[in-house]
Every structure is written in C-alpha cells, then in structure tokens.
Ligand binder design. Structure first.
Ligand code: ADP
Ligand code: MG
Length: 701
C-alpha cells in the first residue's frame, strides 16, 4: 500500500481492460468493430471475438492472472463468479494458456441453486451467461488468486432473465429509444440518450472482535437485541466529523483498491450515526455504476477485515440510530453531452429541460407504487418512515425555483425564473457566495438536486439495478406518450407549451417541498391521494397489478412471467430473512441471554438469603430479583411463542401469505422478546451480560 511513487493517476484503472488499453492492444479493425458492438450498431463476429479474447488473455496473464470468470448478478442481489483457468493441455503433456472468443462471449454455469422464482426447474437447469460489453472487463485479486472478470448477463434456457442486469440493460434501450423520439420532435440533433447514476453508499464499521461475539451481527448483519447506548447521535458530532485514524486508513486503502478497478470513488465522510460512513463515486452510466456499486460493497467488506473491522451494509444495523441507504443520483445525458435535467439559467424557457422534467414528474406520480416496490426489502422496512429516512410515501422535492415555474405553468404559462442571488456572510474578509436558486431538502424521497434527481429510498444492501430499471422504464413510458403527442403537432412550440402546462396542472399533488418526516405530511399525502405502502409485502403485492404487467411487457423490460418470478423471489427473500432473524433470536435468547440472567437472578437470591441470615433486611435485592425474575419469565414465554409462530409462518406455502405471516405475526413476536431482553440488559450485571453493548460497538473504534 505504501507506494508514494505510484501516483493516483497511474493506479486508477490499472486493473481495467479499458478503452485506452483496448486501443493499444487491439488491431485497428477489431477495435472499430468492438466500438460498434458496444453502441449496439453491430454484432460481434467470431473472428473479432477471438482477437479480443486473445488480447484480454495476454493482458491478464501479464498481470499475473491464471483464471477468467463470467461475473453476473443473480436475483440474490449480490454477485456470482465461477472461475475457469486459461490452461489447455497439449499432446506432449504440457499446457498452453488459451481463451477463445466463444469463452469470452458466452458461458454456461450450471448455477441451478440461484433463485429463479419458478422460471426454471432444477432438472432443466441450464443457465447462460452472456458478456455485457458495455461494462469493462477487469482483473480482481483475492488473496493470491488473480482472475480476469467478465461482466455478464444471466438468463435461462428459454431466454428469461434470471438476474438484475438484463432488465437494466433492456430499460436503457427503451429509455434511449423514447427519449430520442421526444428530442427529435423537439428539433434537437441528439441521436442517443443514456441514463446516468451516482450512487452514494452508506455503511457502518464495527470492530471485528465485537461482531464475533454477536450471533445476530454474524448471521443477520444487524443487531436483533440491544438496549440503546446512553449516548446516541443526539450531539450530531459524528456527522462530517474528523476521521478517526483507523477509519481513515481503511478509507485510504478502500479508495486505492477501488481506483485500481476503475471505480471513481470521490467523496468520503462520517455519516450521522456513530460508526456510520459514506462513500460517493463520480457518476457514470447506470450499467457501469451498478457494476461499480457491487464492487464497492464487496471491496468495503474485504478491506474492513484487513483493518480488523467488519463493514455492515444492512439498512438497519442498530435500532435508535440512523440506518443506511443508498442515494441514487440519476439523470439522462445525450450523445452530444447535454444533461437533460440541467435547467440552465432560465429554466422557464428551456423547453427541452421542462419536457424531460415533466416526464419524470408524471412518471413518478403515475407509478409511485412501483418506485416504492423497487426499494422493498426486509432491512429497508425498518428504515422507511422511521423518522430518519424518507417515509414510504413517494413525493418529489422540486425546490423553490422549479415549484414556482410549475405553478406558473399550471396557471397558464411560465414567464420568469426566480434567481438565486448572492449570499452575504457579513464578514468583510469573506467574499459573497453565489447562491443556488434552490435550497436542499434532506427528507424527500425523490429530490431534484440542481441537475439530477436523487432517489433516497434505496436500501444500502440493494443492487442499484432494480430501482434504476424501474425509473428508466417509467420515464420511458411517459416519454413514449409525449413523443406520440408531439410527433403529431403542427406547431411544436404551442404543442410543447400545452403539454408542460397540462402536466404541471395534473401532477402538482406529487410535489412536496416540506418536511417529509412529520405526521402532518402523512395526513396531507392521504388527502392528496398518494399511496403510503408501509410494508414490504403490501408494496410487492402491487407488482401483480395488470397495469404494471402491461407496462413492463409493452417496453419488453420484463415479461409477465419474469415479473411474477421476481415478485416471488423478493417475497421469499423477505420471509427467509425474517426467519433467519427469528431463529437467531431464539438461539441467542435460549443460549446466551436467558442463562446469563438466570445466573444473575441466582446471585441475587443467594444475596437475599445471606443478607437476611445476617439479620438485615434485603428489600433492594428482593425488589431487583422480582423485577428480573418477571422479565426472565416474560422473555422465556415470548421466546417459546416466537418459536411456534415462526415455524407456523415458515410452513405457509403461498409466498404472499407467508411474507404476511412473517410481517404480521413473527415481527411483533420478535419485538416482545426484544423488549424484555433490552430491559434486562439495562439492569443486569455488566460483567455477566453475554455480548457487547451498543455503546461498545458504536463508540470503540
Ligand atoms: P450530496 O451528498 O450533496 O448529494 P455527493 O457529492 O455526496 O452530494 O453525491 C452526489 C452524487 O451525484 C455523486 O455520486 C455525483 O457523481 C452524482 N451526480 C452528479 N451529477 C450527476 C448526473 N448528472 N447524473 C447522475 N449522477 C450525478
Ligand atoms: Mg446526496
């Protein structure tokens, strides 16, 4: 790591078979063909594939690689890899290092154990991986093992998508097609549009020695017991605080590792909760950003271990302090470099901007339930609406300037744009600062932040693919409507004005610039008719609605079967996660917490006898003993009940009913056990308590 001479510039992308490397190493014609393939303008022929594969192999071997792997993103939400070596035996008993175009382009891992939601049965388990040439190939080093990684899509024998990447790629195509239609109707020269993404990743770091003593952290990635620390996040002194040295060293190494992989890790800081941090990359195309976010999560976990820490990515590792999200910053850019969500100086007369802004606003209002469903998982259920993260109600923050323009449009036409002006600090030595035309809003689930939208409901463990393909598809759907309207117009200016005025009038209800954490907003949102789907099950159930099946089918992003399979997988994942948490809870209660408390009750009982034997009243001991004994009884009863309730829930066969049982019955039963245990933690001898406390885990660094 200590390598002052190797500059960041040299490190960056050093393990990526990048465009520059490709240009250097490929014959001109092969490079040209590849670029056309990448842009979807040509198909990869076998001869060119062989040439590219060979160049990749030589490059990888120079870097010490012995294997290659098709790297894909199954529905588990993480990544999968199966390594094959380059060796090929020769007749004379030696080996050659080989890698063919076929091996690069396509793989057939058996991979039958990944969730498919019924899309394939295990007995007909063929699954195929196909090279996604829009995301660069790279080298990853795990211990001594060096492997060439090939980003891939993963599908079944029948061509059904079995992964996160395929629908994302499909949604990019639709967005491109529909956005270009609109741009053409508006008279611009752009010929393609691509969605961009910059996901900010939140995470916790906890000393490994604590994690090893907590079965819940080891198995569930979150604490399922734990009384609040006497000091939490109320002083707000951790947020943006100076970096602890151990954490700073971790970040340094993390950045270096990510830079090698071409991940442009840019911003890092302490987050709100103690022991919570954030990393933000420079944005890229949604596809590359999704791959890079997976690499970021994986690298965070690996590097943390090297520093004696564990990186917790779960949405809610600790009750009572903030959970972790992923802020998905999203926009669209044309091939000639125009950010379609860049308002410019006078947004009210920037028609292209207004049309695309209106498309997003209408899409989010029309498909709010889909947006909610796209961020639904067991961990995020603890976060959304818990007064620290956006609520489960989807709304849009537009800010003063754009809201004003929207109001003008709704009233018949926009004539002016409010200006930001200057910020004077009242100190003669400080220069006046140019002020943005709009302040920020940290509580909004979907906020306009200058030249992009920031989707803040996404969970920290989630692949960015899901929420992003949903956003791409719903915006594409509305752009399709817009294009059909504008293409018919005889006077495009008038038609566009009419369109944006109508959208502003129809969709004002989704715009909310106030504090999203308040109870008043929940009431107001209900009045406005905005959905408030608090639970994962409720939100996932909506995916069966005809409207949504038609939407994904129409744009060929997901077939009815694929959507159904995904819904089942997500529901199952929810049930399984809570089942694991419930089983862990029962074990920790029976084998750790109850025995410790029973020991302590025994000590107290002995003390009562000894003190009374000495002729002294033992009222305090007795009172404590009674309190503790009652809590032990309550906890024991709760644990026995939980065991039965979870077994019953787990035996339900229908996926929706099962997830409902876990939500409606198992979760409350867990809350009962936890309440008794957490109370016990605050009154039982610290020396007997069998696991590290919140204070230790959050404050010892
Ligand atoms: P903040 O915390 O103020 O929201 P950050 O700098 O932490 O800002 O994160 C902003 C993220 O938005 C970065 O990942 C940045 O690259 C990304 N971003 C900026 N412009 C765009 C864009 N046009 N499209 C997508 N993401 C963008
Ligand atoms: Mg942000």
């Amino acid at each position: 790591m200590n390598c002052p001479e190797c500059s960041t510039q040299e490190v960056f992308g050093s393990n990526v078979f990048s465009d520059v490397t490709m240009r250097e190493r490929l014959p001109k014609n092969a490079y040209k063909t590849f670029r056309l393939v990448q842009q979807g303008k040509a198909e990869l022929d076998r001869a060119t594939a062989d040439v590219i594969a060979n160049a990749m192999k030589d490059w990888a071997i120079e870097k010490g690689a012995t294997h290659y792997c098709h790297w894909f993103q199954p529905m588990t939400g993480t990544t999968a890899e199966k390594h094959d070596s380059f060796i090929s035996p020769t007749a004379d008993g030696r080996v050659m290092m080989e890698f063919s175009g076929k091996e690069l382009s396509q793989g057939e891992p058996d991979a039958s154990s990944f969730p498919s939601g019924g899309l394939r049965a295990t007995f007909e388990a063929r699954g195929y991986t196909a090279w996604d040439c829009t995301s660069p190939v790279f080298i990853k080093k795990d211990g001594k093992n060096i492997t060439l990684f090939i980003p891939c899509a993963f599908c079944s024998y029948t061509g059904d998508a079995l992964d996160k990447k395929t629908p994302l790629l499909r949604s990019m195509d639709v967005l491109d097609k529909q956005a270009v239609r609109v741009l053409k109707a508006l008279g611009t020269k752009s010929t393609s549009v691509i969605a961009t993404l910059g996901p900010e990743q939140e995470y916790f770091l906890v000393d490994k020695k604590f994690v090893e003593k907590r079965l819940d952290l080891m198995l569930c990635g979150r604490t399922i017991f734990g009384a609040p620390s006497p000091r939490g996040q109320e002083l707000e002194d951790h947020y943006f605080g100076s970096l602890n040295e151990r954490v700073a060293s971790f970040m340094f190494e993390l950045n270096t590792e990510l830079w090698k992989l071409g991940v442009s890790a840019k911003t890092q800081h302490n987050e709100v909760a103690p022991a919570q941090y954030e990393l933000a990359p420079v944005f890229s195309t949604v596809n590359v950003a999704t791959d890079h976010n997976q690499l970021t999560m994986e690298t965070m976990q690996k590097v943390a271990i090297r520093h004696g820490m564990v990186c917790l990515l779960n949405e809610k590792p600790f009750a009572g302090v903030n959970g972790s999200g992923k802020h998905n910053n999203w926009s669209m850019v044309t091939n000639d470099g125009i950010n379609l969500l860049e308002p410019g100086v006078t947004p009210h007369d920037n028609m292209v901007f207004l049309v695309f802004l209106c498309a997003v606003v209408r899409a989010v209002d029309k498909y709010a339930k889909l947006m909610r469903a796209s961020v639904a998982n067991a961990g995020n259920e603890h976060r959304l609406g818990a007064n620290e993260a956006p609520p489960a109600i989807v709304s849009i923050f537009l800010g003063d300037q754009l809201t004003d323009i929207f109001e003008q449009l709704a009233a018949g036409g926009a004539k002016t744009s409010k200006k930001g002006g200057e910020l004077k600090l009242g100190v003669s030595t400080l220069p006046p600062l140019p002020k943005d035309s709009t302040d920020r809003n940290r509580t909004s689930p979907f906020a306009f932040t200058g030249n992009k939208f920031e989707f803040r409901m996404v969970g920290s463990t989630q692949s960015t693919a899901g929420p992003t393909f949903v956003l791409n598809t719903i915006v594409a759907d509305v752009l399709d409507e817009f294009a059909s309207e504008l293409e018919k117009a005889s006077d495009i200016t008038k038609a566009t004005q009419k369109l944006v005025q109508r959208i502003a009038k129809d969709h004002m209800r989704i715009v909310f610039n106030g504090d999203n954490y308040t109870a008043e907003w929940a009431k107001e949102a209900e009045k406005r008719g905005l959905p408030n789907l608090k639970s994962t099950v409720e939100s996932l159930e909506c995916l069966g609605d005809k409207e949504y099946i038609e939407l994904f089918k129409k744009h060929k992003v997901l077939s009815k079967n694929e959507l159904h399979a995904r819904t089942e997988i997500l529901l199952d994942a929810y049930s399984m996660m809570i089942n694991i948490e419930a089983r862990t809870m029962v074990q920790m209660a029976n084998r750790q917490i109850l025995p410790a408390c029973i020991d302590y009750a025994g000590n107290l009982a002995s003390s009562v006898i000894a003190v009374e034997d000495a002729g002294i009243a033992a009222d305090a001991q007795k009172a404590k003993l009674i309190e503790i004994n009652d809590l032990i009884a309550a906890m024991d009863k709760g644990t026995r009940e939980l065991e039965q309730i979870k077994d019953k829930a787990a035996s339900t066969s229908n996926a929706v009913k099962k997830a409902r049982a876990f939500h409606d019955e198992v979760k409350p039963a867990m809350a009962t056990v936890r309440a008794a245990a957490d109370k016990l933690e605050t009154i039982v001898d610290a020396l007997i308590w069998p696991m590290p406390t919140y204070a230790e885990m959050l404050f010892i660094k």
